[in-house]
Design a protein around this ligand. Structure first.
Ligand code: HEM
Length: 239
């Protein structure tokens, strides 16, 4: 390793990497060995904490996309929404790490969680409100153009509005995939028919998987399918 250069940035930390990244603070945010009820607490805590960090970034990308939407720049918004979807893919993948958490160990870790529950995740709460804002902004944009979501889906897939709609659908899909994986991992660890720390039946999480943040875009598909599969009205049939 080359000899270290002196730190020039302000702040605490031995070098500029530590000062810029705040690594001293960041790495002190997990319980230490003396506090663990089980060493796997570190795995549990880091998966949660890093999820919160990624969701902070996701929300920021979604709010930037919102600003582009409000300024009628659908393509710029679309790019940021793709980033947000990738971040959701990443936090879904990292849930896999918890598959190796044995149920008996989690039962011990659970005793250290108090009444803390994923329902209180600030990252997920902010994500939910950002999707609501995006949904409203997209509807506003369409109405300013005198268009419906069905009109958009009748158009060309290369159209900026179509692409934007697809980016929103992609985001919705990623949320559902996270929830599917979360439910799968949660039940693998705590089983079925039991309550979570918030006293919610774990199996009720399946209902959330079907919940859509951008319902109009899903309804548009339904309309197109129904139009195509509707039996022909007898009056329309030529004798
Ligand atoms: C050992 C792994 C996990 C188990 C056993 C588990 C279990 C549960 C249970 C039973 C619930 C229902 C609410 C309750 O009663 O607490 C829940 C909700 C939730 N959990 Fe987890 N969870 C795990 C990991 C995670 C991770 C890593 C996150 C990331 C932040 C997370 C985020 C959430 C969220 C956001 C909800 C609200 C439901 C939703 O929006 O889909 N959980 N979890």
């Amino acid at each position: 390793m080359p000899s270290p250069l002196p730190a020039v940035l302000p702040g605490s930390g031995d070098n500029d990497y530590a000062r810029y990244m705040h690594t001293d603070d960041l790495l002190s945010l997990q319980k230490g060995p003396g506090e663990w009820v089980h060493p796997d607490e570190l795995l549990f805590q880091i998966v949660h904490q890093s999820t919160e960090l990624w969701l902070k970034l996701t929300r920021s990308h979604m709010l930037r996309a919102l600003a582009h939407l409000d300024a009628d720049r659908p393509s710029a918004a679309e790019l940021l929404l793709h980033r947000a979807a990738e971040e959701l893919r990443l936090i879904t993948e990292q849930l896999h790490m918890l598959r190796s958490l044995p149920p008996a160990r989690f039962a011990v870790i659970r005793t250290a969680l108090g009444n803390g529950s994923g329902f209180e995740s600030p990252g997920w709460a902010l994500l939910r409100s950002a999707t609501t804002e995006l949904d409203i902004a997209f509807a506003r944009l369409l109405s300013s153009l005198n268009l419906t979501a069905v009109d958009v889906y009748r158009g060309e897939p290369s159209d900026p509005l179509y692409r934007l709609a697809e980016a929103l659908v992609g985001l919705d899909e990623r949320i559902a995939l996270w929830r599917t994986e979360h439910y799968t991992v949660a039940t693998r660890i705590i089983g079925h028919g039991v309550l979570g720390t918030r006293h919610t039946p774990v199996d009720s999480l399946t209902k959330l998987i079907a919940h859509r943040r951008f319902p109009t875009l899903w309804d548009a598909r339904t309309v197109l399918t129904q139009e195509a599969t509707q039996p022909v009205c007898p009056e329309q049939v030529q004798p």
